[in-house]
Design a protein around this ligand. Structure first.
Ligand code: ARG
Length: 459
């Protein structure tokens, strides 16, 4: 029992089932780089404060670097009784450098250590996610520019509503992913707080220098309260919420691509490289990537609920429950990163069928609002105009023809304010061109927005 770092007061060895049950090393070994980074900064500070000698510091730092290289290269053997990554590294350190290894844990606890590791880890992951979001946004902007003339039906309630530019549709997602970037940047401010020195929960009686550690690890802020520092996982919940929102956005985009690639719509063709076949039906080409992203969204929601539930009602301060924060967090990180990456690649390989989209936009009386707005421009109250055009649509349904096939004479039977200039207004191009209100779909408005986004590098 004396082998365990905390074994002093124990007379019996840990039950082997308990050992397996309480272990986290099989998943928290992912934190090894950040654990070592934090330990090196801690050891340097201890030496500067003369809590350990310069020789001990050098031995500790060299040993930690060796362990880091071994884990990286796959030469490190984790043991069943290692418990977690912190214990595994400390155990190996003592094996390599002897007694000095036992000085590393001076003035700290695994409670502040694990909080530090997760913050360091998440800071790197946020940088990765931000890069992936920027890459996706770049792809959307490029595609929007290419599709600036493409008109498709905009839907509400899955019913054709009004014609819009495909570029406008794509930039709607651009806005969503910009907000996602903002959420991760905001989350990063709260991740970027240095908890080491809180020790178990109360701080330490040793003359440590927390500011120096924060500076070395590039943290702009220190935790102000040691009890909060070891029990806080708000930042992890925030990260998962931001990831869940990205997934929600992706799932909506995927849903459109799935519907649009049906035979019924045929608005898009997703590249062979991003679809899969059926084991029985030779004709099939399934949008599995889009479906899986839609499906994986649920995992990240699950991760968020898992963490929030873990934190609910947890007594102050550190409780072992908190070890359960890592798997949902890691799962959210992996899922959002892989989804963003594969999605950006897939969107770059989607072929939009401009002709089909345009034909779709012409159906469903999608320019009826333009007829009503025309009457409004001639002084007719909107409610009256709405009713007149409604009866016009009913007439078209009965005669089985589109609004654009009506003669001026027919139109005038419904309202005398219809003049010759109405005829051009009911084409989808005119409808789009008319929507010049700020943020609307008119080509000039969208083109201006594209130029603005290109100039501001995406903001
Ligand atoms: N593996 C633990 C965790 O992830 C590290 C902290 C353990 N602290 C403790 N006092 N048992 O939370």
């Amino acid at each position: 029992m004396k082998e365990k770092a905390w074994g002093g007061r124990f007379a019996l060895p840990t039950d082997s089932e308990v050992e397996a049950f309480t272990a986290s090393v099989h998943f928290d070994k992912r934190l090894y780089k950040h654990d070592i980074l934090g330990s090196i900064a801690h050891a340097r500070m201890l030496a500067r404060r003369k809590i350990i000698s310069a020789k001990e510091r050098d031995a500790i730092c060299a040993g930690l670097k060796e362990i880091g290289a071994d884990i990286e290269g796959g030469a490190f053997t984790f043991r069943a009784d290692d418990e977690d990554i912190h214990m595994a590294i400390e155990r190996a350190l003592t094996e390599i450098i002897g007694a000095a290894g036992g000085k590393l844990h001076t003035g700290r606890s695994r409670n502040d250590q694990v909080a530090l590791d997760v913050r360091l880890y998440l800071r790197d992951e946020i940088a990765d996610v931000l890069k992936l979001l920027a890459r996706l946004k770049k792809m959307l902007l490029k595609t929007a520019k290419k599709e600036i003339e493409t008109i498709l039906p905009g839907y509400t309630h899955m019913q054709k509503a009004q014609p819009v530019l495909l570029a406008h549709y794509l930039l709607a997602y651009y806005e969503m992913f910009s907000r996602d970037q903002g959420r991760f940047e905001d989350c990063r401010r709260r991740v970027n707080v240095m908890p080491l020195g809180a020790a178990a929960l109360a701080g330490t009686g040793l003359p440590i220098d927390r500011k120096a550690v924060a500076k070395e690890l590039k943290f702009p802020a220190l935790s102000e309260n040691s009890m909060d520092a070891v029990s806080d996982r708000d930042f992890a919940a925030e990260f998962i919420f931001a990831a869940a929102t990205v997934m929600m956005h992706l799932s909506r985009f995927c849903e459109d691509l799935i519907i649009w690639s049906t035979d019924e719509f045929s608005y898009v063709e997703i590249s062979d490289a991003f679809t899969t076949g059926s084991s029985i039906m030779p004709q099939k080409k399934n949008p599995d990537v889009a479906e899986l992203i839609r499906g994986k969204t649920s995992r990240v929601y699950g991760d968020l609920v898992a963490l929030l539930t873990l934190l609910k009602g947890l007594p102050m301060t550190y409780n072992r429950d908190l070890q359960e924060d890592k798997e949902p967090l890691f799962d959210a990180v992996d899922t959002v990163k892989s989804s963003l990456s594969v999605f950006a690649a897939m969107v770059g390989h989607v072929k939009f069928d401009r002709r089909r989209m345009r034909a779709g936009a012409e159906g469903g009386f999608s320019t009826a609002t333009d007829a009503a707005e025309y009457l409004v421009s001639k002084g007719v109250p909107f409610r009256e105009a709405h009713r007149v055009v409604g009866t016009l649509v009913a007439y078209c349904l009965e005669k089985n023809k589109p609004l654009t096939a009506l003669s001026l004479e027919e139109l005038r039977r419904f309202h005398k304010k219809f003049d010759a200039d109405i005829l051009g207004r009911l084409a989808v191009e005119s409808s789009v061109a008319a929507r010049k209100s700020y943020g609307g779909t008119a080509t000039e408005v969208v083109a201006k927005r594209i130029a603005e986004l290109e100039k501001n590098a995406g903001r």
